[in-house]
Every structure is written in C-alpha cells, then in structure tokens.
Write a protein that binds this ligand. Structure first.
Ligand SMILES: Cc1cc2nc3c(=O)[nH]c(=O)nc-3n(C[C@H](O)[C@H](O)[C@H](O)COP(=O)(O)OP(=O)(O)OC[C@H]3O[C@@H](n4cnc5c(N)ncnc54)[C@H](O)[C@@H]3O)c2cc1C
Length: 401
C-alpha cells in the first residue's frame, strides 16, 4: 500500500501552508484536494499582515506581489458625515501594514507552485478522502477516490484541513461545540465598471447588510440574511431583491442577476472542537473551528494553525515518532488565539449582527466615537486583533528561504 509520512486532507489555506512548510522541513507530505483546481469563489480574499510576514519568511513575497491586489489600510465608519477610523492597519509595526485583497485561488496556486518545487511534496488534485484507515484506535491513513479510482494511503499522521464540513473529523468521531450564528450569507457576483474599495465594515440598510469584495471586473457580494430565512426571502421574488440591492449598491448593475441560481446560499457556522486530535490524527483550520466571516479572519487563523502545527511537529515527524502529546501541544498552542477570535466574533454577532438582522441601523456607540476621535491611536488594537491575531506564528527556520 502507498505510504507517506503526513497525509493532509484538503488544499485550502490550512492544508497548502502546512504541506509546504512540512515539505521544506524534510517531511514527506501528500496533500489531497477533492477539486480539480482552486477556482472556487466561495472563499474570502483577505491576506493579512501576519500572513504576508510568513510569505516574507518563506521567500515568496516577491512572487505574491506580482499577483496584483488592492490594499485595505483602514476601516472607517461615517458618523454625522465625518468618517471615524475604527481600525487602522497602518499603525501596526509590520512590514506590510494592510490587508491585501487577493483572489484566494491565486494565493493557493502560489503555495502549490512553491510546494511542487520541493521533493517531499505531493499534491493530488481531484482526490476526495472518503474514510480513515485504522489499527485499533490508531488512525493509520485515509481512503480516497481519485482520477484512477478508489485507493488507500497509509500515513504516520493524518491532518484534517478539510474545512467546516470535515469528513475526516466526522469519521474520527470528533464532535464540535456549536455556537449560535444569527445570519447566513447569499453569495453572488455583480458586474462593476469602476474601481471599488473593500471595507471591513458592511454596508447596511434596515434588516440588511452586505460586504463587497472587489475582484477584476466584478464585485463578489456577501449579502447577510437572517439565519433560516433563505426560502422565505426567495419566495418574495427576484425583483424585490434586486430593488433592495439597488438601494444598497447604486453603483452596481443589479439587473445582471438573471435567476436565483446566481445566488448561492452559504450556511454560516461558528464552532470548535473540544479536542482537536486522536492518536495519529489532528484537525486544524475550519475543521477544528469553523470561523464566521465577521472580521474576515478565518483564512489567517487557519494559516496560523498550519504554521504552529508545522513548527511543533516537523521534528517528531522527521524522526518518525509523533505522539498524542505532540498533537495535544498543537491544540494547546492554538486554542487561546482561536477562542479569543471566536469570542470577539460572538460579541459582534450579538451586539451588531443580531440587531441589524432585526432591522436596526448600525452606528457605533457615541462614547466609542468620542474616544476614537480623541485617541485615534486606539484604532491599532482592532487592527492588531484582525491583522496580526493573537499569538502570531513564524515559519520554522528550516522552511525559510
Ligand atoms: C461566506 C463566507 C465568507 C468568508 N469570508 C472570509 C474572508 O473574507 N476572509 C477570511 O479570512 N475568512 C473568510 N471566511 C472564513 C474562511 O473561508 C475559512 O475560515 C477558511 O477558508 C478556513 O480555511 P481551511 O483551509 O481550514 O478550510 P477551507 O478553506 O474550507 O478548505 C478546505 C479544503 O478542503 C477541501 N476538501 C473538503 N473535503 C475534502 C475531502 N473529503 N477530500 C479532499 N479535500 C476536501 C475543500 O475542497 C477545500 O479546498 C469566510 C467564510 C464564509 C462562510
């Protein structure tokens, strides 16, 4: 039976980053991704200062810079006609003090291309993991379906990076603790002619909110709807929806939405595994903790998980002696940053998203506006939490170039 040292399930941000770093550290890895390419649009596009610092450490920033992206340097909120800066990335002491808006497929292609130059790196596209191999309680690899049919791959460690609906997590019998989320997302494109700016702060109207991600030639729109309201809202008809949209986005051509098929419904989840591992199996990224889109931080958290896992595991993997306590160390390292980030998302869900979904307008509390106007340097705190994150990671030395 074919073997690898580390089988990584899922070629999203967590899986690709983990695969690249481990391969550069001398560990044989196989990354399995069920799709044929990275060209799916239901992913965020935000690359944060701490991720760009990791790209510097990997020696990939120059390549990344060729992709062509727009920069988000701050988040402002208009109050009485005057903008109040709530988040200012320029205040971060980072080499790249901004969020780069990069189509995620370009970012993943960059990591895949870098991986392919490493002799220890294997990427299998169109390979869907369907189950786990076991020896008693120990996980010894994966079952998959690929272009050549069904197969099995033995591995000393299996890492689930297969996202919010992780098959590996389910097969391993690991159960998440779920937190309430007041909204789902409708995800669709609108053509645009002129340059648009991404804002971390949604555009809102009574009971409505949306985020627009500027991509070449179109806006990718994330339109927030109350949880469970998808069918009811669709029943009101496409014309009613287009009219609402035109109020929120007067600069876009809403007539281009030809049918409800153009509007995808995404179920937003927020959850976390109490235990991220079993003997020879580890979950990271959304497979361990599904992130809400609020704040646009999920990609960064997944990448930080990957860097922490690679740093703590490359030595034991190289020496073929990974233990349960090595895997527990990864969870210990990453639980606090994840719990704090999700805690902030839950506060924003309760304090901002729930009232907005119920029809209220969002305005920052007057006291907060006053404080931010008097002490603008405080805008560095949310910038740090979003752009750098709690307990930021570095690329381990053997993987640096
Ligand atoms: C509507 C929405 C908008 C968001 N916007 C943003 C944003 O702007 N910025 C941000 O930072 N975060 C955003 N997030 C969160 C972000 O998308 C996730 O936190 C992040 O993608 C997690 O990365 P990951 O690598 O863990 O998982 P994923 O990105 O979900 O990647 C999992 C990969 O595994 C593959 N896969 C799944 N099952 C299998 C299988 N059985 N076999 C093989 N491969 C498999 C999938 O095809 C996928 O490529 C958003 C989330 C939602 C729901």
């Amino acid at each position: 039976m074919p073997e690898t040292t580390c089988a990584i399930v899922g070629g999203g941000p967590a899986g690709m980053m983990l695969g690249l770093i481990l391969a550069r550290c001398g560990v044989a890895v196989t990354v399995m991704e069920k799709h044929a390419d990275f060209l799916r649009d239901f992913r965020g596009d935000t690359v944060h200062p701490s991720t760009m610092r990791m790209l510097d450490e990997l020696g990939l920033f120059a390549e990344f810079n060729k992709i062509g992206y727009s920069k988000v340097e701050k988040a402002e909120f208009p109050v009485d006609g005057q903008p109040v800066t709530l988040v200012d990335f320029r205040r971060l002491r980072q080499r790249h003090p901004y969020v780069a808006m990069v189509p995620q497929w370009d970012f993943l292609d960059l990591l895949a291309d870098a991986g392919r130059t490493e002799p220890n790196f294997t990427l299998r596209m169109r390979t869907e993991v369907t189950g786990l191999l076991r020896d008693g309680d120990r996980i010894t690899g994966v079952r998959y379906t690929g272009p050549e049919g069904d197969g099995e791959l033995r591995a000393e460690l299996t890492v689930a990076c297969d996202g919010r609906t992780s098959v590996v997590r389910r097969e391993a019998g690991l159960r998440t603790r779920d937190y309430p989320v007041p909204f789902d997302v409708w995800w669709f494109r609108l053509p645009r002619n002129e340059d648009g700016q991404y804002s971390l702060i949604p555009r809102t109207g009574p009971g409505r909110a949306l985020i627009m991600i500027p991509r070449t030639g179109y806006f990718q729109v994330a339109y927030l709807i109350p949880k469970g309201s998808d069918a009811g809202l669709r029943a009101r008809g496409l014309d009613a929806f287009r009219a609402e949209l035109a109020e929120l986005i007067p600069e876009a051509d809403t007539a281009s939405l030809a049918s409800w098929d153009d509007v995808k419904h995404l179920d937003v989840q927020l959850n976390r595994l109490p235990r991220w591992y079993r003997d020879r199996l580890l979950c990271i990224g959304d497979a361990a903790h599904a992130m809400s889109p609020v704040g646009g931080v999920g990609i960064n958290v997944a990448i930080q998980d990957a860097a922490a896992a690679a740093r703590l595991l490359y030595q034991p993997l190289r020496e073929h002696r990974v233990t349960v306590s090595d895997l527990a160390a990864v969870q210990r390292q990453r639980t606090l940053p994840t719990a704090i980030t999700q805690g902030l998302q839950r506060i924003l869900h309760r304090q901002v998203m729930e009232p907005v979904m119920a029809g209220a307008e969002i305005t920052p509390p007057g006291a907060l506006v006053g404080i931010m106007r008097r002490l603008p340097q405080l805008s560095a705190i949310p910038a740090y939490l979003v752009g750098t994150g709690v307990r930021p990671e570095h690329v381990p030395v053997p993987a640096r170039r």
